[in-house]
Design a protein around this ligand. Sequence first.
Ligand code: AOF
Ligand code: ZN
Length: 379
Amino acid sequence: MPWRCSGARARTEHAVVRDHFCERGATVNDLELATAGSDETYMKRAVELAQGVRTTTSPNPWVGCVIVSDAGEIVGEGATAPVGGPHAEAAALAAAGEAARDSSAYVTLEPCSHRGRTPPCADALIAAGVTRVVVAIGDPDEKVAGGGLRALRAAGLEVSTGVLADKVTDQLRPYLVQRTRGRPYVVLKLAVTLDGRTAAPDGSSRWITGAEARRDVHRLRAESDAVLVGAGTVRLDDPELTVRDDQGASEPRQPLRVVLGHAPEGARVHPALEIEGDLGHVLDELGRRGVLQLLVEGGADVATQFHHLGLVDRYVLYLAPAFLGGDDGRPVFSGPGVATMSSIWRGRLVSVRRLGDDLRIDLEPFTDQQQEEKGALST
Ligand code: AOF
Ligand code: ZN
């Protein structure tokens, strides 16, 4: 029996699409096709809003929120402001004003329940008269950790979780890693020729990749809270490690510059945190300082240490269509690698993108579970 268009209360449906189909005398199947996943549609918008503030909220998470009226109309949108400013929900509620009454809120991360630098978002949603809250993932921060969802439910709001959870888990990974592991999410960046070299025999490495790939590196730095190099790289390359725009001007928010070892006086990397010792402790210290994402930029010794200790969460390789053409150029890693094929390190290919004439290849280590599954398949 066809679904009746008129009078059907469809809080989670996209009313605009629904009306469009109703006018055309659509049947239930058409309607289901058109409206299915509309929770996803609003959450997708919230994810987009969060992405827009990716580089400005740290050490807070980049969160997006959309307020949707009972009629399915978006009446308010918001994203996390820089530290000390309103959270995503507060911004979206402010934009919605009175229209937030009886609405649904779509938030990428569980609303907070604590009074930190700003009042609790769960309370703000309740006070504004929101009746349903759709959340992608929980907030592992110990100040929240389920408290936001409990507060909303206790106040009688309907709460759904898990909408676009995988997408948001990916999007917020550095935040989630730092809050659960106490250490930053580690990105190892390598710029390499196709014959696997990072510098010529004389140490010169400017530039292996083209302008577009270098711009991308600046974006990678902009989303990182700290950039780390070894003291050797400081002596050899004298890098500045700042985030610059296309005109070469410094961006207002700069990552913490970290040198493993001592950076000579007068080096362009100053002011920098000079730190030595066990890399695990270095990461603990950076985690304590609120570093969510650490970008490791070189050189070979540092890359090798991070790699061998299994401390890299993501490998970003910029591959230039060029050869140094011998075995005397600088390799990606230093010292002995694995002795035999059965010990080879293989990563999971996350993405391959073309940037001008170069390629950007992202790899992740396999998780323990993925390793086990692979092992089971190959035996
Ligand atoms: C939300 N919505 O948009 C964000 C949240 O110091 P505060 O008061 O700014 O609180 C920071 C904590 O709030 C942060 O560690 C995380 O648990 C949460 N972030 N929560 O409801 C947001 N950015
Ligand atoms: Zn909040």
